[in-house]
Ligand binder design. Structure first.
Ligand code: PEP
Ligand code: MN
Length: 375
């Protein structure tokens, strides 16, 4: 059960006491207070855990500062929308808004290899007015003999250059709880020139201890990538581990699923699920066309498969795109075949703008249709 307080109500001592007094009338109820820092407003929600089935919603609704009470299904208690009852709120980070209505492209290196390549990337982004990127430092690789990422050794120059080129948020995968500390320390040492959205990779989608760790910390928002070999429902349940441990600043990323049915692409592109995730959860939805398609090949219309896949996700309302570029893909230490050239970056951003505009037009059309039907 979620008790949503009226907008801009601060649950002070008297409100908390009133809520606790109501809860005390029923056995084994536990209250957890949560402030949802929304993009538009701050919301305070109180999660009621325990045997809530016998608790009528009215007992909380009668309190003057309560807006409404949502009876949640056991699925996705916190990230879920509960048949549209739970509002979508989004979050702010580093002055940027992440919500089911926002749009950001995180273009960058799959893996940081040299300082020079990081600088080339960030300079190109800055020239296009882009303030978001991806930079892999900790790489979970299929083979132990492959490049594992430079780890904390590269963080000082990555953060320094981010500051130099006005990068506000870097998506960076972590594979162990210790990496959070390393990123925290390196950011502090560099004087906080930028922010980091910590990425949980597909291979760790059900690493529950790691999920609990990123959930317990409040410094970094989380980019959760769906598991490549589990159902969407299992991925959303895993994502709920982050939220239930206290961190609600989560973006859910679709990145394709592993099956030969997706051949010749690296994964079977799953971007038709953008609206599904938006309907079932309150989370902004990201798509990763690079890891879905896995190779840089053009169709006869000269449009790259990666662009076509990205377009499918964005035209369906995706809120974020995570995408690989590299100054010298043939020299890349990780995922070179799917990296686009720097010379293609400006056109890619233009294509994304076209797709986002098309989504906006489709949204307006659907709105008009729905109004006409209701009239
Ligand atoms: C990545 O984004 O660098 C990555 C390894 O992706 P995934 O976890 O989706 O394979
Ligand atoms: Mn990769």
């Amino acid at each position: 059960m979620i008790v949503v307080l009226k907008p801009d109500t601060q649950p002070g001592p008297s409100e908390r006491a009133a809520l606790r007094a109501v809860a005390a009338r029923y056995p084994h109820l536990e209250l957890r207070f949560h402030r949802v820092r929304g993009a538009l407003q701050d919301l305070h929600e109180v999660y009621v855990f325990g045997p809530t089935r016998q608790v009528p919603t009215e007992v909380f609704e009668e309190l003057p500062f309560v807006q409404k009470v949502i009876r949640v299904s056991s699925k996705y208690r916190i990230i879920g929308r509960h048949d549209g009852q739970a509002p979508e709120v989004g979050f702010e980070y580093q002055g940027l808004t992440f919500s089911q209505d926002s749009f950001h492209v995180f273009a960058g290196l799959c893996a940081v290899d040299t300082r020079e390549h990081v600088e080339t990337m960030m300079r190109a982004l800055a020239r296009l007015g882009i303030t978001t990127t991806r930079m892999g430092a900790y790489k979970p690789r299929t083979s132990p003999y492959d490049f594992q990422g430079h780890g904390r050794a590269c963080l000082p120059y990555v953060f320094e250059l981010a500051g130099k080129y006005g990068i506000r948020v870097i998506a960076m995968e972590v594979t162990h709880e210790a990496h959070l500390e390393e990123i925290h320390d390196a950011l502090a040492e560099a004087g906080h020139p930028t922010g980091v959205m910590v990425q949980i990779g597909t291979r760790n989608a059900q690493n529950f201890e790691l999920l609990k760790h990123v959930g317990r910390q409040h410094e970094f928002p989380v980019l959760f990538k769906r598991g490549m070999g589990i159902t969407l429902e299992e991925s959303l349940n895993a994502c709920e581990y982050v939220a239930t441990n206290g961190n609600h600043r989560i973006v859910f990323c679709l990145r394709g699923v592993k099956t030969n049915l997706g051949d010749p692409h690296r994964n079977l592109v799953d971007f038709a699920q953008v609206p599904v995730v938006k309907r079932q959860t309150r989370l902004p939805v990201c798509i990763d066309p690079s890891h879905s398609v896995g190779k840089k090949v053009p169709a006869p219309d000269r449009i790259l498969d990666i662009w076509h896949a990205a377009a499918q996700g964005v035209i369906a309302g995706a809120n974020m795109v995570l995408v690989d570029f590299h100054p010298r893909p043939e020299k890349a230490l990780c995922d070179g075949p799917q990296a686009m050239l720097m010379e293609e970056m400006e056109a890619f951003f233009e294509d994304m703008r076209i797709c986002r505009e098309a989504y906006r037009k489709r949204q307006a059309l659907a709105e008009r249709t729905a109004s006409a039907l209701a009239a």
